[in-house]
Design a protein around this ligand. Sequence first.
Ligand code: NI
Length: 226
Amino acid sequence: MLLHIPRILTRDQVRAMRAVIDAAPWEDGRATVGEQGAQVKRNRQLPQHSTVALEQGRIILKALAASSTFFSAALPARTMPPFFNRYTVGETYGFHVDGAVRAVAESWGWVRTDVSSTLFLSDPEDYDGGELVVTDTYGTHEVKLPAGDLIVYPATSLHRVEPVTRGERVGSFFWSQSMVRDDARRAMLYELDQTIQRLRLLHGETDEALTLTNHYHNLLRMWAEV
Ligand code: NI
């Protein structure tokens, strides 16, 4: 499931974040990838453990925690500290796979990457190219969103970032380990949850909505690993 969640960050938050990260030192994006990634990745990123990356990442994690849509779609057990990247003219990240597990700070051990998220920090009119292209079982999708908007997609998909041909594309991305590792199950739970919420809006609290809510929680209980 690909899901667009608008306005995870406000315009003011994006502006403040850009002011801080634009002024920080950036490194070659190949610092954090394996051999396959290094062959196709051409961009820059904030050093993963830099104070700026950790502090700005915390702002994003806080915004995510306030989003019931993100929770419903990703069912995150844990979300890794966000990365920040920038692509200038000619830079790109060719088709690649996200590694299935990633090491984080000692206390966390390993995180399974079930859900990938990209938060756009540049507006579409500020650059050409730079689309996120995701290939899943339903075909190929091109994504380019306003600054502050998020796209959530299964980490199991092949994906790439098209070469930037004008301007600069700045963004953040991060992985979550989901309580429900299977994308099809997560998509079913998301649709069920959203439908129950719409039913409540239309008809208020009904026995039917209560019964469906019970089913939602029983399915989640059956599938969740926490
Ligand atoms: Ni990736």
